[in-house]
Design a protein around this ligand. Structure first.
Ligand code: ZN
Length: 63
């Protein structure tokens, strides 16, 4: 398991982002063209997102 994924997903707006820098198995730099998010920690790979989605509490935004 090496190499960059085809795309990553912006956790701010759930948009796929195809322009990013990948280094040593993690996202080094990324900028979301939709919402302007440029914090590498606020992006996830598709497989990471599936793990997060498995935790329903993470998606529950309702107060
Ligand atoms: Zn975004």
């Amino acid at each position: 398991m090496s190499g960059a994924p085809d795309y990553i997903i912006c956790l701010e707006c759930d948009s796929p982002v195809y322009t990013f820098e990948w280094e040593d198995g993690h996202i080094k730099e990324a900028t979301c063209p939709v919402c302007g998010n440029d914090d590498p920690t606020q992006f996830a790979t598709e497989s990471e997102l599936e793990e997060l989605a498995a935790d329903e509490r993470f998606n529950r935004q309702d107060p």
